[in-house]
Design a protein around this ligand. Structure first.
Ligand SMILES: Nc1nc2c(c(=O)[nH]1)N[C@H]1C(S)=C(S)[C@@H](COP(=O)(O)O)O[C@H]1N2
Ligand SMILES: [Mo]
Length: 359
């Protein structure tokens, strides 16, 4: 069970690091554009492995908790160090799972930034897990060999009848719960499981234009600006442009199916129609290999601008989308125009665009 919990935590940690890298790319990192479903898969795994880890962690704590309170608490310097790493491990993993599940439900009952804290504590958990494994591994083979356990543990008594059966039932309950949690939540990103997704906060196909919404136009404070006849999409470059929505619709359009994939674990693949970003960049005289910064009508909020690196900017499927499912974007989906690019975190698929800057 420890191995399964370790595998779930490792999956969660690595997919989390990947998401952090894409959301906060350092200068040397150019976001890839393929496979289009890459972010959807990695963050589906992130949330599924995190959810599955909850019952496995509870079961693991149930097995080991008498040892957490063993007396005397500190036997030697090494023992004290091991206890400290176990305390950090348990606290950090509980923190990650509680904040992660709350974030998936868009519930933030704390004063700190979720992303900053969830990222920082992930490193504490990973470091403490490495220390814990380094401290326990030398002891494990001896126990598997049937010899005495860790320092000072007495020989186990022969197993009384019924204990093996109880243990089997316990393991079946722990793994059964982990499997059930996965099955009942994965439908937020795995389409065929959607009818079972009773534990998923959001579902594919539910929302305006059959697509979930994270932040509505009203929440972003852009409702009043959306019908403004003075709206222009400004493209700022060597030959700057200011296009009305009608002018945008007259440019050659492209239609592609691309997922919106939120780090919170839900995703939905829908058909978008719009002007390829690279055509707008070319009209504005951008050199090949240019990046772009897109900006929203939204006045504040962490997702009102985003950078499109050279690879995604040059990709034909990176669209300034004007329509979804053949109809103009719903206000909550970014009317009049939103960015949609392959293999891109949902938080960077900026809505209510008014500005594109050639970088
Ligand atoms: N301007 C702006 N764009 C935004 C956001 C936002 O808060 N403001 N939220 C982002 C997030 S977190 C996600 S997952 C996607 C969700 O897309 P949807 O709400 O259109 O389904 O939009 C992104 N685009
Ligand atoms: Mo998101």
């Amino acid at each position: 069970m420890g191995r399964w919990l370790g595998a779930a935590i490792a999956t969660c940690f690595l997919t989390g690091l990947w998401s952090h890298l894409l959301q906060h790319p350092p200068g040397w990192f150019d976001l890839p554009a393929s496979p289009a479903w890459g972010y959807q898969l990695s963050q589906g795994l992130h949330v599924a492995s995190g959810f599955a880890a909850v019952p496995l962690l509870l079961a693991k704590l149930w097995v080991v908790y008498p040892r957490l309170f063993a007396w005397p608490p500190l036997r030697s310097l090494g023992h004290a160090a091991e206890r400290a790493s176990v305390a950090a491990l348990v606290a950090a993993v509980i923190f990650e799972l509680v904040t992660g599940v709350a974030n998936a439900a868009q519930w933030y009952p704390w004063p700190f930034s979720f992303t900053a804290a969830h990222y920082a504590v992930a490193w504490v958990a990973a470091g403490a897990l490495c220390l814990h494994l380094a401290a326990r591994l030398p002891l494990t083979p001896r126990r598997a060999g049937g010899g005495p356990g860790g320092a000072g543990d007495p020989e186990p008594d022969p197993e009384p009848a019924g204990v093996a059966q109880g243990r089997r039932r316990f393991l079946a309950t722990a793994f059964g719960t982990a499997g059930a949690v996965t099955l009942l939540s994965a439908g937020q990103t795995v389409r065929p499981l959607a009818p079972l997704a009773v534990l998923a906060p959001r579902r594919a196909g539910v929302g305006p234009q059959r697509l979930p919404v994270n932040k509505t136009a009203a929440q972003a404070g852009v409702r009043a600006a959306l019908g403004d006849p003075a709206y222009r999409l400004r493209v700022i470059g060597p030959r700057s442009l200011a296009l009305t929505l009608a002018e945008l619709r007259e440019l050659p359009q492209r239609t592609v199916a691309l997922p919106i994939a939120c780090v919170e674990g839900w995703s939905s693949t829908v058909v978008w129609t719009g002007v390829p970003l690279r055509e707008l960049l070319a009209l504005a005289g951008a050199p090949t290999g240019a990046s772009a910064r897109v900006g929203s009508l939204e006045r504040s909020g962490p997702y009102r601008t985003s950078m499109v690196g050279p690879t995604q900017a040059a990709h034909p499927d990176t669209l300034i989308a004007l329509a979804v499912g053949g109809a103009p974007l719903h206000p909550d989906h970014g009317y009049p125009a939103r960015l949609i690019a392959p293999n891109r975190p949902g938080v960077l698929q900026t809505k209510w665009l008014t500005r594109i800057e050639v970088i």
